[in-house]
Design a binder for this molecule. Structure first.
Ligand SMILES: Nc1ncnc2c1ncn2[C@@H]1O[C@H](COP(=O)(O)OP(=O)(O)OP(=O)(O)O)[C@@H](O)[C@H]1O
Length: 310
């Protein structure tokens, strides 16, 4: 199957400063992939090359087999920038009709996207009266005109409230379920953790991690945290039988590897009524991100070569 996006050995410099360095990855149809990286890591530069706005200095990019910027690639690609800017005196429906004509799509069909993003009732209102969340949803509707195969979202939920974010990701999930590939950049690690299939981490222009979160957790070898809650009278005994650190006067915190986890849980269960509750914390995406970004700054070459799993 032709990948939705193939990036192979891409370099790009500005003013002789290397911004993207030997970046390679491929995305398959229907994947939801998060592109993470600190400010200035090169995410937007990568998007611009995928969109054909910038040429790589070397390496190849193909969008569903087509050269970025070619008509076929442009038709297959949708882009939603962080802050969508539409004319404030146009209505939602006018914006969609305008972009439908630009993309050679039937305006009537495109207008149904307003319903899909929950803007049907606001279709005839001017954008000056839209909230930021509504403008962002209109941006997504505009991006989805013509059923693109590759959807690029650059920090799409920044500035949105929690409910608008949830609604936004529900739409992204629907789009991916229909076969589109979604690549989204974000600094909001908690929200992409459960909503993407794969994580790419760009650090100082190099791709230092590319895999599922589960595989990256394994590769990082970060400990699992078990928080065992006991009674005031039992916490000392629980701590002495399990080891670990006492926290908050009534809890004991243990760290273990994935291989040790089941054995540790059995030990805790064997304490019976001495234990009141248990929380198991797998390393979060935040922990994984810190791990790979830290490795990258100390030993970029080793990280880049070891953790390109997918
Ligand atoms: N046209 C340009 N000319 C010179 N330098 C540029 C140009 N575009 C980007 N850069 C530099 O390239 C680096 C990467 O920028 P880029 O916008 O790709 O980062 P980013 O990962 O998207 O950051 P952020 O998360 O802050 O949006 C930055 O140091 C930026 O200053």
């Amino acid at each position: 199957m032709t990948p939705a996006l193939c990036v192979a050995g891409v370099d790009r410099s500005f003013d002789r400063r290397a911004i993207i360095r030997d970046v390679s990855f491929a995305l398959q149809p229907g994947e939801r992939v998060a592109l993470l990286g600190h400010n200035g890591a090169g995410k937007t530069t990568l998007f611009k090359m995928i969109l054909g706005f910038l040429d790589p200095d070397c390496g190849e990019i193909a969008v569903l087999g087509h050269r970025p910027g070619s008509r076929a690639a442009r038709c297959a690609t949708a882009f939603l920038p962080e802050a969508v800017a539409f004319q404030k005196n146009l209505t939602g429906a006018e914006v969609i009709r305008f972009y439908a004509r630009l993309k050679g799509e039937a305006p009537r069909k495109a207008l149904s996207l307003l319903d899909r993003v929950g803007l049907a009732e606001a279709a005839d209102r001017r954008l000056g009266t839209y909230s930021k969340g509504m403008r962002q949803r209109l941006g997504l509707a505009q991006a989805l005109i013509g059923r693109p195969g590759l959807v690029l979202l650059d920090e799409p939920t920044s500035g949105l409230d929690p409910i608008s974010r949830q609604d936004f990701y529900a739409l992204v999930e629907e789009v991916a379920a229909e076969g589109a590939t979604v690549l989204l950049s974000s600094h909001a690690l908690t929200e992409v953790e459960a909503r993407t299939d794969r994580i790419l981490i760009l650090s100082a222009g190099q791709m230092v991690a590319d895999d599922t979160l589960a595989n990256l957790r394994r590769a990082a070898g970060l400990p699992i945290r078990l928080k065992v809650r006991a009674g005031e009278e039992t916490v000392t005994e629980v701590a002495s039988r399990l080891g670990g650190e006492r926290v908050n006067g009534r809890s004991v915190e243990l760290l273990c590897t994935p291989a040790e986890k089941i054995g540790r849980l059995a030990q805790i269960a064997a304490l019976g009524d001495l234990v009141q509750d248990l929380d198991v914390h797998d390393p979060s995406l935040d922990d994984v991100y810190r791990h790979f970004s830290r490795i990258a700054t100390t030993d970029t070459g080793r990280a880049a070569s070891q953790h390109k799993g997918a």
